[in-house]
Design a protein around this ligand. Structure first.
Ligand code: AVI
Length: 324
């Protein structure tokens, strides 16, 4: 969730610009135009996302924390894990509950936070290392498409993918991701997946269109990210409005930026003009909501055998534990 953070070197800045331009070329002239959600997360976007996670309407973060608080001991008992790897770890906030259990009684263990942003990773690793003296903290830069070889003994690894980020993938991306997870694990290793569940449409829409407008700001910030990272004229945030729509058939929320007037933007960096007529939209994110049974079948279909599953008390969010 953190591709567009402030960069440390000009080279990294140039690389990021080229990656964004590649994504623009691929998505912006499609119908509807799209952009991968990773571009939301510059410094401001990451701060806005943190605010989203404590909004009254946005239940997933609280629900997942509730499950982890109740089930961490059980998860570690069932898995026998001694090395925990977390993809998209960020600041590892929720994971601390699990790390407390993992290191209870001063037992040595390994925690490998994996994230796209080396900055956040290193800060988090340093912090965790001082909090958990018996934990070997081994951060590694990784994105959702490439996992490095995972340290630890076969059968003792637990890979975490929390937060419901699996819902932000398209069907193809999700299949590719699960193949990658399966390939990274050995027989006896486990995978713990956080996923948001289908529920009443009004609650889902409210979670992505909150009363005070933090999610709207998060969505509109994408226009500022694009404008800052690639040379473009005529792309203005005031020409768009935030929208969250529930698509029942696809079982997903779509976040959109709808044009409130005709937009004509000149992307001089890639030599193309982009037009969006008033009333048309740019799709900025999908957030798929799952049926627990279907999700278990999908995992099993990828060689990840579900061994346990839990929801929070309200049944809003799920953690599924699968074994290779
Ligand atoms: C990161 N991801 C799981 C969030 C979600 O709920 O799909 C991103 C988000 N977008 C708007 N609000 C939250």
């Amino acid at each position: 969730r953190s591709a567009a953070r402030p960069m440390t070197s000009t080279q990294e800045q140039t690389d990021q610009r080229h990656e964004l331009e590649e994504d623009l070329r691929e998505g912006f002239w499609a119908d509807p135009p799209t952009l991968p959600p990773r571009w939301f997360y510059d410094e401001r976007g990451s701060r806005l996302f943190d605010r989203i996670t404590s909004l009254p309407e946005y239940y997933p973060t609280r629900a997942e924390r509730e499950i982890l608080q109740q089930r961490s001991a059980q998860i570690l008992e069932v898995t026998g894990a001694r090395s925990v790897h977390e993809l998209g770890a960020g600041t590892s906030a929720k994971t601390r509950v699990l790390l407390d259990e993992l290191t209870a009684g001063g037992r040595p263990a390994t925690y490998a936070p994996l994230d796209i942003s080396s900055e956040v990773l290193l800060e988090t690793a340093e912090q965790l290392q001082s909090e958990y003296p018996t934990l070997a903290v081994e951060p590694a830069v990784a994105d959702f498409h490439h996992l490095p070889p995972l340290a630890g003994a076969d059968g003792e690894r637990l890979l975490l993918f929390l937060g419901g980020t699996i819902g932000n993938f398209t069907e193809d991306e999700r299949a590719g991701f699960l193949r990658m997870v399966r390939a990274a694990l050995a027989p006896g290793d486990h995978f713990l997946l956080g996923a948001d569940l289908v529920k009443d449409a009004a609650r889902l829409v409210a979670a992505y269109d909150d009363e005070v407008g933090v999610t709207a700001e998060f969505n509109l910030n994408l226009i500022d990210v694009i404008d800052r990272m690639t040379p473009v004229t005529g792309l203005r945030r005031e020409d768009f409005e935030h929208e969250a729509v529930w698509d029942d058939e696809a079982s997903r929320i779509e976040m959109r930026l709808r044009a409130v007037r005709d937009v004509e933007a000149d992307f001089t960096g890639i030599g193309r003009t982009w037009q969006l007529a008033k009333g048309e939209h740019l799709r900025t994110e999908i957030s798929r909501k799952f049926d627990p049974g279907e999700l278990r079948d999908e995992l099993a279909g990828h060689g990840l055998q579900p061994v346990a599953g839990w929801t929070d008390e309200a049944g809003d969010f799920s953690l599924t534990l699968a074994r290779v």
